[in-house]
Structure formats: structure tokens, C-alpha cells
Write a protein of this length. Structure first.
Ligand code: 5GP
Ligand code: MG
Length: 458
């Protein structure tokens, strides 16, 4: 997963990009970068490992001159977590400068890359995004538009992309529309961002989403849009609503908070429980828990308090850090929980390991009964389109029954929202979504070699 941001035609382009990335920080905490262009052929870049606030300061922002900028926050999926994989990826070549910020995951990278390497191409990183740059650089098409069409038409999989090609800003979404990307305007400048919360922060006005399969070109003549690819059945990532996006964002044109609350209401309808209080596992469970409490007429309490000075548990890929962070992140309030029958609302269960530690601390805090309700169905299949789920083997619901997951986590009862219930709770028609992580039905072809390993059950 990643967050991307771009702006064209503003004197404070890099400062606004910095703020945009700040708003998108939840989409990736591993590295951050900004590339800015001043129109006179000068391009500057600054990036580093860590949070936006660690990577940039007043001085570095000031050094990024120009009216056009692209930014990226990274959460590594394809390509390991090392500094040369930081984005935006910037190169200079015969057609000028190319900078790219990519969110998503391509599924035909291996074939494309092998093909190019056999003809002498040299790759500096292990990122999908570098491949896109190679395709652009190699294209023999004459004009910008056809070069981009030529490059993107060779990609399979998920991409929401912001490109800077010399002084043109380009935004594109793959024909399935897996990942979000929207357009905003600010003082006559155009803004592109993964989520609307980034527009809100800089007080840009939301204009519309880039449509699946659409490419927009923004330059001194304004915004030009093309839709060169054959239309596809849409496959917007439903997990953006379940967990990933910020609740104050509208993605795919619908609000995330309201959707999560509806998921919670539906969950209460499907799996009621006699209890003294409803509580979320903060923060991701907060909104479904509100819906659940409202629909079930059981008081909503906050039974654990989050320490806000650490990042998201899963964002650090190493197992050692993950366990450490689980413990440091949330602290139960004994006086709220003691002797109570509680219902904890989770947005999702991935490996089950965090939940297990949480439930143990809730028992130690004195909860008498612990019931868990999950606001999505069991996750049984890995994601090939950008969500950092583990292999099938590691997804707890792919190998265990719900009863056995209940025992593993240490619960009195465990129920998941149904697939139909989840789809019914969405503010968009169910045909719009990719639900592969819940069903194993992937909307694109997959590379056999990659998928074989990911899909092994044991
Ligand atoms: P588990 O108990 O399965 O170890 O962790 C469940 C927690 O992981 C939930 O609170 C959920 O919010 C969080 N989570 C959900 N999705 C993701 C994701 O994309 N990446 C990871 N891997 N963590 C997530
Ligand atoms: Mg969570």
C-alpha cells in the first residue's frame, strides 16, 4: 500500500505536497519522498526512510523549488524495505525527467522485467514502478499521450499512478479501478491525491475521482482526459473501506466512516449478543463499533486507550517489532472492564496474533466474558493488488475453522460479518468491488509462479 499526491501550477507545490503526504501518512509509514520541478528543466528530489515528519524539514521543503510536485509515502509490498526503493522514483533520460509515484501492485512484473533484461535493460530497484519508467523510456511513440498509453497498456494489475513527465503532471488508474485516486483544485492549481483527506487539509476543493482506465494530463493548457483502454468490470478494493482508508475520506466517491458504521449495524443484525458493553479495538474498529452499539442498544465504551505516539502495528514488516508494538500500543482500563461481559469489535482478523495478545490483556484486566464480532468475512486469500496480506498459509482463516480461531484467540464467542452483509453495507453496488481476499476469485490473470507460492495452503 502507498499514498500518492501531486500538484500542478502552485508556487508552494512542495509545501502543499508535504502537507498532503502528512494526511496520507496512514497509507505508508516506511519512507517518504517529494520530487519538484520548476518548469525550466530543473528537478529536485528529497526523500528518506521513516515518517513524513522525520524526512522533511523547513530547509528541505524550501530547497524543492517549483510549481509542480509529486509525493509518495511507502508501505512496501513489492520490493523490499530498503532506501533505494523509496519513491517517487526519478530518472533523467533522452526525453527529459520522469518521476513516478505508484500505489498498487502489478501482476505481470516478472514477465515484463525478464523480457527487458534479456534485451539489456538494467534495473536499479526491485519496484514495479521502475518498470513503468522503463516502458515509458523505451516507447518509440512520438507524443506524450501515446507514450503513456503505450506504457500503461502493457501493465496488468493494480495501479493508481502519478507521473511527472518534464513539466506535465499525469494521473492514471488501471481499468479495474483497484486503488483510489481523486482530483482537486486549489487557487487554480490541480491536485491529485489517493484520498480526499489530503485535499481537505490543504483546503483544495474535491472535483471528482479519476475514473478506472482514465488518464489525465495536466499542463499549462489545463486538464485533458483520455480513456484509451477497453472497459473492464470494475474491481475497487473493498478493503479500503474495511480498514485501509481514513474514515474522513471519501474514496470511490463514498464516505469511509459512514460505510464502516453501516458494516457495524449489519454485524449487530447478523450476530447479536447479550452483553454489558460494546467496545472497539481502536482505532480501526471504532466506527463499526459505533454502528454495532447503535443497532444493539448496548452502551458503547472505550475499554482500551491507544498510545498515539507509535505507528501502525503492521506497517513495520519485521516480526520482532510487530509483537513489541502490539503490547505498547493499547492499554485496557480495568475499572471499565472488571466483571463485565464485553463485545469487542474488530475491523478484520489477519493472522490472529494481535487479537490473541489483546484478548489476553482484556482478561487480565478483569473482563468476565469476551465476545468478538468482526466487520468483514474471514480473510482466506492473499492480495495481489497492493494490500500487504500474508500468504494463504499465514492467513488464519484459510487454515482454521471459526470455532478453532475462537479458541486460538481465547474468546467466548466469535462471529464474522457475512459476504452478502458486507456487500449490502457498501454505498456502491456490489458489482463494483474486488472481494478476492474473502472469496479467492481474482479479477485478473495472475503470474503462475508468484501465485503458486502465495496460494499454498500448508
Ligand atoms: P491479527 O489479530 O489478525 O494479528 O490483526 C488484526 C488487526 O490487524 C486488526 O486490528 C486490523 O485492523 C489490522 N489490519 C487489518 N488490515 C491490515 C493490513 O492490511 N495489514 C495489516 N496487515 N494489518 C492490518
Ligand atoms: Mg485494527
Amino acid at each position: 500500500m502507498c499514498g500518492i499526491f501531486g500538484i500542478y501550477g502552485h508556487k508552494d507545490a512542495s509545501r502543499l505536497t508535504y502537507l498532503g503526504l502528512y494526511a496520507l501518512q496512514h497509507r505508508g509509514e516506511e519512507s517518504a519522498g517529494i520530487v519538484a520541478a520548476n518548469g525550466g528543466g530543473k528537478v529536485k528530489s528529497h526523500n528518506g526512510m521513516g515518517l513524513v515528519s522525520d524526512v522533511f524539514n523547513e530547509k528541505t521543503i524550501k530547497s524543492l523549488h517549483g510549481n509542480v510536485a509529486v509525493g509518495h509515502v511507502r508501505y512496501s509490498t513489492t520490493g523490499s524495505s530498503i532506501s533505494k526503493n523509496i519513491q517517487p522514483f526519478l530518472v533523467a533520460h533522452r526525453k527529459g525527467h520522469i518521476a513516478i509515484a505508484h500505489n498498487g501492485n502489478l501482476v505481470n512484473t516478472r514477465q515484463l522485467r525478464r523480457g527487458m533484461e534479456s534485451k539489456g535493460s538494467i534495473f536499479q530497484t526491485s519496484m514495479d514502478s521502475e518498470l513503468v519508467v522503463h516502458l515509458i523510456a523505451k516507447s518509440d511513440k512520438k507524443d506524450k499521450e501515446h507514450v503513456i498509453i503505450d506504457a500503461l497498456s502493457q501493465l496488468e494489475g493494480a495501479y493508481s499512478i502519478i507521473l511527472m513527465l518534464n513539466n506535465t503532471l499525469i494521473g492514471a488508474r488501471d481499468p479495474y479501478g483497484f486503488r483510489p485516486l481523486c482530483i482537486g483544485k486549489l487557487d487554480g492549481a490541480y491536485v491529485l491525491a489517493s484520498e480526499t483527506c489530503a485535499l481537505d487539509l490543504i483546503q483544495a476543493k474535491y472535483v471528482r475521482d479519476i475514473e478506472p482506465g482514465e488518464i489525465v494530463f495536466i499542463d499549462n493548457k489545463g486538464l485533458r482526459s483520455i480513456k484509451p483502454f477497453p472497459p473492464q468490470t470494475h474491481a475497487s478494493c473493498i478493503f479500503e473501506y474495511i480498514y485501509f482508508s481514513r474514515p474522513d475520506s471519501n474514496i470511490f466517491e463514498k464516505n469511509v466512516y459512514l460505510t464502516r458504521k453501516r458494516l457495524g449495524k449489519q454485524l449487530a443484525k447478523e450476530h447479536p449478543v447479550k452483553a454489558d458493553l460494546i467496545m472497539p479495538i481502536p482505532d480501526s474498529g471504532n466506527y463499526a463499533a459505533l454502528g454495532f452499539a447503535e443497532a444493539s442498544n448496548i452502551p458503547y465504551e472505550i475499554g482500551m486507550i491507544r498510545n498515539h505516539y507509535i505507528g501502525r502495528t503492521f506497517i513495520q514488516p519485521s516480526q520482532f517489532i510487530r509483537d513489541f508494538k502490539v503490547k505498547i500500543k493499547l492499554n485496557p482500563i480495568k475499572d471499565v472492564l472488571k466483571g463485565k461481559r464485553i463485545v469487542i469489535i474488530e475491523d478484520s482478523i489477519v493472522r490472529g496474533t494481535t487479537s490473541r495478545i489483546r484478548v489476553k490483556t482484556l482478561r487480565e484486566a478483569g473482563a468476565k466474558e469476551i465476545h468478538m464480532r468482526v466487520s468483514c468475512p474471514p480473510l482466506i486469500s492473499p492480495c495481489f493488488y497492493g494490500i500487504d496480506f500474508p500468504t494463504k498459509k499465514e492467513l488464519i482463516a484459510s487454515n482454521r475453522t471459526i470455532e478453532s480461531i475462537k479458541d486460538f484467540i481465547g474468546l467466548d464467542s466469535l462471529k464474522y460479518l457475512s459476504l452478502e452483509g458486507m456487500l449490502k453495507s457498501m454505498l456502491l453496488p456490489k458489482e463494483e468491488f474486488c472481494t478476492a481476499c474473502f472469496t479467492g476469485n481474482y479479477p485478473t490473470k495472475l503470474s503462475k509462479k508468484v501465485s503458486k507460492k502465495m496460494l499454498e495452503k500448508n
